[in-house]
Design a protein around this ligand. Structure first.
Ligand code: COA
Ligand code: AMP
Length: 638
């Protein structure tokens, strides 16, 4: 593809010719205590390690470095919370001071370098401070999204084995106040690992009870530490040491602990800020995501701060706080130059304000680009955003595992022609091959699994927390010499990638990654359920929604509606409200192959009203008609 005025082709070719020279050069934008022995050491780790031998500190690079360079009085973080009516700006000086003090609090409650700290917090400035405070002392944070239930939190506590947990008394979801502390207490009760300290930020909307000896009041601890003049300095850690663990849905109830290192992560993220997002230090970059997700880690917390830009922490929704003009208000008020969010947020806005009439109420002349990720960007939403905002709308393809975009349209290098439905081309560091089930490379426009030849670039996961075996089995063994993305798609004749669907049980609900396999495990625990299937069905707002099919035990004569409601509550209480599991139906039988495999893909096609054929291996074709009938009764599958 002729790259018009874009430097993309040249830059990508430079990386292909000499990846070590490419990343070695990018690494000059980061401050190191000790330089690497090798840019890439192919002999260590699961597929090699980046910047082996180097020492650094991520929080130093996000904070002190900018203060030393004279940016101390510049805004580092803006907290904007329509749900509490608060806006607060922290300069680099102030944020550095807050983080250094909070780090000292962590040290005082016994957290040491290498220890894990779980952060279970809403979208407030203190969540970012907590992440940076851990990074500063070399502790490994693990942020758990607030929409997960106690049981999910307990699973993560048992896997990460944290010494301390940082949390807040409550989160505010639109007009609802969600008390976090009872969920935290329940999770600790359920978990086998007991943290020795919990640092709780009291919010006036719902104060939490404090358990003496274990819980510390965040504000009091910080005030006391500050009054003593105690601050913790940045600790030199290895570039290959873990910065954080972020749990993400896999195929089972046991989430995968994606590990991120310090050195490669900084190098990759710093590179993206100018070359991909085209942001200069001092500009305001807003990722309207949540710190509980990878986008929140990379582009609310780390990348904007590594770059000396201003990040925005938004405690609100795209709609309802107070209306579908919320995003435009924030952009105009804080002079946001780039917004990064999930397509579902735009679908929500479009639904409330189809003509975009609220846009005209605000001066959006500061906005240069909109970036979308987290799920497939449907061309209709993309076109609507382009037309209404009159800025480039960039779809880019991501995974929690990669930590930054695999493919996109690099604004900083110069835009490539846009093709709706495609997140454009592979970024330096990633080569994309489309493979069939036997690992054979497919040609242009042929659909298969998208795989990335090893090694993965800096910033991508080196392994899963405490589980190298699961890492290899999940990602490296399906295709020899490759990382399998578990995304199906194709490349067109110009090398543009099209990411169509997951090849596993993962579904994407309102930009949130969830596992249908995990939901099935929970549903199957209901005493009246003999077997079940959960599939992701298309939804105009949330992209996908889970739908559960239950076969009841013989002889169960209770009201079906009652059982369905109990199953909904079970999933809500076990996984959390974020699962959005509300669509459940009792069926007589599930369609299966003769070898007993549930035909989920065919069920999904029926539910989505797509053309479907009866699989040749089906045991009893009549069951598909039964499913169709039940779905029709719910207004689905037409
Ligand atoms: N804490 C507690 N509960 C939460 C939560 C949190 N952080 N986030 C979501 N929930 C709850 C919601 O309140 C809702 O509960 P309900 O069933 O009682 O109504 C449930 O989880 C489902 O949430 P969600 O799917 O987000 O639906 P919604 O109707 O609240 O909001 C959108 C819909 C589209 C506005 C919202 O999902 C959104 O802004 N999505 C963008 C996602 C995103 O940024 N993803 C990151 C990738 S870039
Ligand atoms: P997560 O790990 O939550 O970021 O979810 C990753 C998954 O979301 C990917 O494997 C894709 O299935 C999907 N995804 C993310 N971004 C895109 C995109 N731009 N286009 C299509 N699918 C996407």
């Amino acid at each position: 593809m002729a790259a018009t005025e874009s430097r993309y082709d040249d830059v990508y070719r430079f990386w292909q010719r000499d990846p070590e020279a490419f990343w070695g050069e990018a690494a000059r934008d980061v401050d190191w205590y000790r330089l690497w022995d090798d840019v890439f050491d192919p002999y260590s780790g699961q597929y090699g390690r980046w910047f082996a031998g180097a020492e650094c500190n991520t929080a130093y690079n996000c904070l002190d470095r900018h203060v030393e360079a004279g940016r101390g009085d510049q805004a580092a973080l803006i907290y904007d919370s329509p749900v509490t009516g608060t806006t607060k700006t922290y300069t680099y000086n102030e944020l550095t001071d807050e983080v250094a003090t909070l780090s000292a609090v962590l040290v005082d409650v016994g957290v040491k370098t290498g220890d894990r700290v779980i952060i279970y917090m809403p979208m407030i400035a203190e969540a970012v401070m907590a992440m940076l405070a851990c990074a500063r002392i070399g502790a490994v944070h693990s942020v758990v999204f607030g929409g997960f239930a106690a049981n999910e939190l307990a699973t993560r506590i048992d896997d990460a084995k944290p010494v301390a947990i940082m949390s807040a008394s409550c989160g505010i979801e639109g007009s609802k106040v969600i008390a976090y502390k009872p969920l935290l207490d329940k999770a600790i009760e359920l978990a086998k690992t007991k943290p020795s300290a919990c640092i709780i930020l009291q919010r006036p909307q719902a104060e939490a009870s404090i358990i003496p000896g274990r819980d510390y009041d965040w504000a009091q601890a910080v005030a006391l530490t500050r009054s003593r003049g105690r601050k913790a300095g940045p600790v030199a850690v290895k570039a290959t040491d873990p910065l954080y663990v972020l749990y993400t849905s896999g195929t089972t109830g046991q989430p995968k602990g994606v590990v991120r290192d310090n050195g490669g992560h900084m190098v990759a993220l710093k590179w993206t800020m100018k070359n991909f997002y085209n942001i200069d230090p001092g500009e305001v970059f807003w990722a309207a995501s949540d710190v509980g997700w990878v986008v929140g880690h990379s582009y609310i917390c780390y990348a904007p701060l590594l770059h000396g830009a201003t990040t925005l922490v938004y405690e609100g929704k795209p709609v309802g706080t107070p209306d579908a003009g919320a995003f435009w208000r924030v952009i105009a008020q804080h002079k946001v130059v780039s917004l990064f969010t999930a397509p579902t947020a735009f679908r929500a806005i479009k639904k409330e304000d189809p003509n975009g009439s609220l846009i005209g109420k605000y001066d959006l002349s500061c906005l240069r680009a909109l970036f979308l990720a987290g799920e497939r960007a449907d061309p209709e939403t993309l076109k609507w955003a382009e037309e209404k905002l009159k800025v480039p709308v960039i779809d880019h393809w991501w995974q929690t595992e990669t930590g930054w975009c695999i493919a996109g349209n690099p604004v900083g290098l110069g835009l490539l022609p846009v093709k709706h439905g495609s997140p454009t081309v592979a970024m330096p560091g990633f080569e994309l091959h489309v493979l069939d089930d036997n690992g054979k490379r497919l040609g242009a426009n042929e659909q298969g699994t998208i795989a990335i030849p090893l090694p993965m670039p800096p910033g991508c996961l080196p392994t899963l927390w405490g589980n190298d075996k699961r890492f290899r089995e999940s990602y490296l063994t399906q295709f020899e010499g490759y990382y399998s993305t578990s995304d199906a798609g194709y490349l067109d004749e110009d090398g543009y990638v099209y990411v169509m669907a997951r090849t596993d049980d993962v579904i994407n609900v309102a930009g949130h990654r969830l596992s249908t396999g995990q939901m099935e495990e929970v549903v199957a625990r209901h005493p009246d359920v003999a077997e079940c299937a959960v599939i992701g069905v298309a939804d105009a707002l949330k992209g996908q929604l889970p739908a559960g099919f239950l076969v009841l035990n013989a002889g169960v004569s209770r009201d079906h509606k009652e059982i369905e409601n109990e199953v909904v509550s079970l999933v809500r209480n076990d996984i959390g409200p974020v699962a959005a599991f509300k669509n459940v139906m009792v069926v007589q039988r599930l369609p299966k192959t003769r070898s007993g495999k549930i035909l989920r893909a065919t069920m999904r096609k029926i539910a989505d009203g797509e053309p479907w054929t009866t699989p040749a291996t089906i045991d009893d074709p009549a069951i598909l008609d039964e499913i169709k009938g039940v779905l029709a009764g719910r207004g689905m599958g037409a």
